[in-house]
Write a protein that binds this ligand. Sequence first.
Ligand code: AMP
Length: 540
Amino acid sequence: MLGTMQDRPLTLTHFFERAERSFARKELVSGSATGVERTTYGEWAERTRRLGGVLDDLDISADGRVATFAWNTARHLELYFAAPCSGRVLHTLNIRLFPEQLTYIVNHAQDEVIFVDRSLLGLLAPLLPTFETVRHIVVMEDGGDVPDPTGIELLDHEELLAGASPVEFHVEDERRAASMCYTSGTTGNPKGVVYTHRSTYLHTLGVLGADAIGVGERDTVMPVVPMFHANAWGLAHAGVASGASLVLPGPRMTPPALAELIESERVTIAAGVPTIWMGVLPELEGRDTSALRMIPCGGSAVPKALSEAYREQLGLPILQAWGMTETSPVASVAITRSWMDDLDESVLADVRATQGPALLGVELRIAHQETGEELPWDGASRGELQAAGPWITASYHDDPRSPESFTEDGWLRTGDVAVITPDGYVQIVDRTKDVVKSGGEWISSVELENEIMAHPDVAEAAVIGVPHPKWSERPLACVVVREGASLAKDDVLGFLDGRVASWWLPDDVVFIDEVPKTSVGKFSKKDLRDRFGGHQLPTV
Ligand code: AMP
């Protein structure tokens, strides 16, 4: 027997039309090179419909890829909806990718047009001759002063909009591609993930859930996480869907500028990667942060010390989330549950240092690395984390590397190593590639880093495995000392003594000026391995 319910497609046009009708007066604030610009969902919706007309005028194919090379702004948000709601596919380009990777993904995705912020034109211009399918470059003025490159025809975003007619949006099939993102992987070419209307719709509902990020109409949400990285964690869509005001920082990404926006715009939810929050904390000192109620953070492990520093200074610990480009991205959030209310703050800090339970709609499991056998949720068994659900990708776009990333029963192999507690709390131990394999046992580089970063004089720390004649690999700690402080190797090792198992103690400590970062602000272990892979460990 089938049910009697209407089978309406789950498409982004519903989010768009709802915001257009019901939230027209709500505000969208965008940072620019010169200050902030203000608009409303009403004006945004009107421009978004005309942008649909621009895509028609530019003769973009019915499912043509519409690329963006842009900061987080209301203009970028117009493209977030104009492309998919007119049947096209939004392709957000990561402005920090290496040039050859950008060339690869633009050609692989077969982008037809690129919308670029004026201030970013200098990064894109040298690559334009390498793009094989791009027919138009549209420049969005953001207060930047990068001059036009010579010999390339550029179109002006505002002129195109002024000359275009608004269009009706209609998407019949919820499985139609809505947007795509490429992974920021450090080895090989990036892999493309293509989101459908349905997956984005359901992921947004997931993010809106009270036990996830819980975004509501009363919120003012500031996604610091770029709109070119994994859909800004769904927060741009969540804003439109819920009618929450959005504060989009544009190029105003320095810690003082972000702290200023949090205070002046009375931001309630501000989301970004750990390195962002490390920089912003001192800038929040003395500011009015009373509106702030949640700081979602993920992309890499959130050091417990960082979360605790926020709790001490702002009374608000960081909310850790876990996900991947492949998982739309939000798959788990480290909420604390009702029965934990009476626990000590120190225990709660440990709970918040996990990646939390899976969101409603997502299934997670761990599997033995070699046999693939499913492992128990006992808080001790370590295995590869695997994910399934309606907003988890089932393959990579046109990529022969797809099969190795999925199990026979269709689950995504995340490449993360994790344990899961009996209550379903996931603790990421490491990336499979980053665990230090010492004498057949694993040392978690992430846990070691966390412990080292709890030292008050440590600004940042990353741990890599370096070859060892007896143990195969041993940990090397790469430490950045906080400005004005001084540290020696023995201070670091002495601090770790008793905090980690003795056989986990790094064999050596090197002091560096900065931990190299990937295009999305994560510690780049690959760069550290290139630099220190041949490091001579002291013989004891
Ligand atoms: P990306 O596709 O660039 O978002 O990278 C996804 C990867 O980032 C995951 O597979 C994890 O290795 C890592 N990651 C994301 N969130 C967390 C987190 N909260 N803790 C630890 N690692 C994380």
